[in-house]
Ligand binder design. Structure first.
Ligand SMILES: NC(=O)c1ccc[n+]([C@@H]2O[C@H](COP(=O)([O-])OP(=O)(O)OC[C@H]3O[C@@H](n4cnc5c(N)ncnc54)[C@H](O)[C@@H]3O)[C@@H](O)[C@H]2O)c1
Length: 394
């Protein structure tokens, strides 16, 4: 087999920002046949299908009809986080492999159900946490794990988006789903990226989280206000006692020098390292303003091709799925793809823990919620039962 027959479920913002280039203008385009598309949002479905010549009979509102009426090898599930599990599980049960954008799902229960179904059906599940393919994190991972810096003690990370991402009043609206910013949080949209990258570098298990949320800008948006947080500090304690604070928010002025302003500093027993996410290399002074361009993420090349880790991360998942279907994926590579860490389990645990921390917290000043400490082992036992503890190494 030379091409994977792909059914795309959901063609909103992540497809506009990243996957349309993966599918049609990347080094991975030759292995992807975008057969059919399902999305109940008429505007986005028709935009995508008209742009890329998906014929009307293969445009669906309901993914179940698409699965039933097409021969597909892979489903890519680009729906909001809380709608990842049902289509992913349906696809796996129908014999497809599945790729989802981060996070795996919005709850530990959903994430576990997706992992279990993949294991039971023998199909592959791939989660696109694109920072995993960022060369800066790959270098940091190799160096940290060689013992060069000693033991991880403390880390501070931040990821702050421009307000236009969360603001439903901004035109054009960033998200296809009108309620995205209200149903999601900076934790589910941003903290999870940093959390997964951090776990990849230090290879440790999170044991406790506590979040503090600030809600000043979101409720002031007009005419549509958002009931939610501008920025959240998620404190994560790891099983070696190391502590990380991840500040994630989506309320930076739209004049910011990049869509996402971000960085990280890691302090260890034998040294420290900074990952200069904020200074990716191309600094631009232009009549429109001053910008930091990140060609490592998305490199729009002169010939129209798009490269970068935003593309190669999902692209490699598809490559491995194709290799598996052709019988050339080694058992070791298959096993590596299907570990709990690779499938984003610990990040889902941090996500659910941090959101629960805020829900159970109290207001300590106007618009500031101090969350309670959440024991992640207890959360896991409550959500999945005692038997799941050993399975996930607790
Ligand atoms: N937007 C980004 O830049 C970005 C980047 C990385 C990861 N992600 C992740 O991508 C996923 C999608 O986010 P988004 O930003 O594209 O949201 P979005 O709201 O812009 O798009 C989601 C799309 O899914 C569609 N959808 C909802 N229910 C559906 C169903 N049952 N069947 C088919 N389609 C359905 C919606 O109509 C919408 O078009 C989320 O998990 C998000 O965390 C987004």
């Amino acid at each position: 087999m030379e091409k994977l027959r792909v059914g795309v479920v959901g063609v909103g913002s992540v497809v506009r920002e990243i996957y349309q280039y993966l599918y049609f203008r990347s080094d991975f385009t030759p292995i992807l046949d975008i057969v059919a598309v399902a999305d109940p949002n008429d505007e986005f479905r028709e935009w995508f299908c008209d742009t890329y010549n998906i014929p009307p009979p293969r445009r669906y509102r309901d993914y179940k009809e698409m699965f039933a009426q097409n021969e597909l090898d892979v489903a890519q599930i680009n729906t909001p986080d809380h709608i990842h599990a049902a289509p992913a599980i349906d696809a796996l049960k129908a014999g497809m492999d599945v790729v989802v954008p981060k996070p795996t799902a919005s709850t530990v229960k959903d994430t576990h159900a997706m992992i279990q179904t993949a294991r039971e059906t023998g199909r592959l599940l791939g989660v696109d946490f694109h920072k995993r393919e960022d060369p800066r994190f790959k270098e940091a991972e190799a160096r940290y794990q060689s013992g060069r810096y000693g033991r991880f003690q403390a880390g501070v990370w931040y990821m702050l988006d421009k307000l236009l991402v969360a603001d439903p009043n901004h035109s054009p609206r960033f998200f296809a789903s009108p309620d995205f910013a209200e149903r999601n949080t900076p934790i589910s949209f941003l903290t999870v990226h940093a959390c997964d990258a951090l776990i990849k570098v230090v290879d440790l298990k999170p044991v406790e989280v506590r979040a503090t949320g600030f809600s000043h800008k979101m409720p002031s948006l007009s005419p549509i206000p958002i009931k939610g947080y501008d920025v959240v500090d998620t404190e994560i304690v790891f099983d070696n006692g190391g502590v990380a604070h991840i500040f994630a928010g989506w309320h930076l002025p739209n004049t910011a020098h990049a869509l996402t302003v971000q960085s990280s500093r890691m302090i260890c027993s034998e040294g420290m390292f900074d990952i200069g996410l904020d200074t990716p290399g191309l600094h631009e002074i232009h009549p429109d303003g001053i910008f930091e361009i990140n060609p490592l993420f998305r490199n729009f090349e002169k010939d129209g091709m798009v490269t970068g880790y935003g593309i190669s991360s999902p692209g490699r998942l598809f490559q491995k799925i194709l290799a598996d279907r052709n019988g050339t994926l080694t058992p070791e590579m298959r096993d590596q793809m299907m570990t709990a860490t690779a499938l984003g389990f610990y990040t889902s645990l941090v996500l659910e823990g941090a959101e629960e921390s805020l829900r159970k917290g109290k207001e300590i000043a106007e618009g500031v919620t101090r969350g309670i400490a959440i024991d992640l082992k207890a959360l896991l036992a409550r959500e999945l039962g005692q038997s799941a503890l050993a399975e996930y190494g607790y």
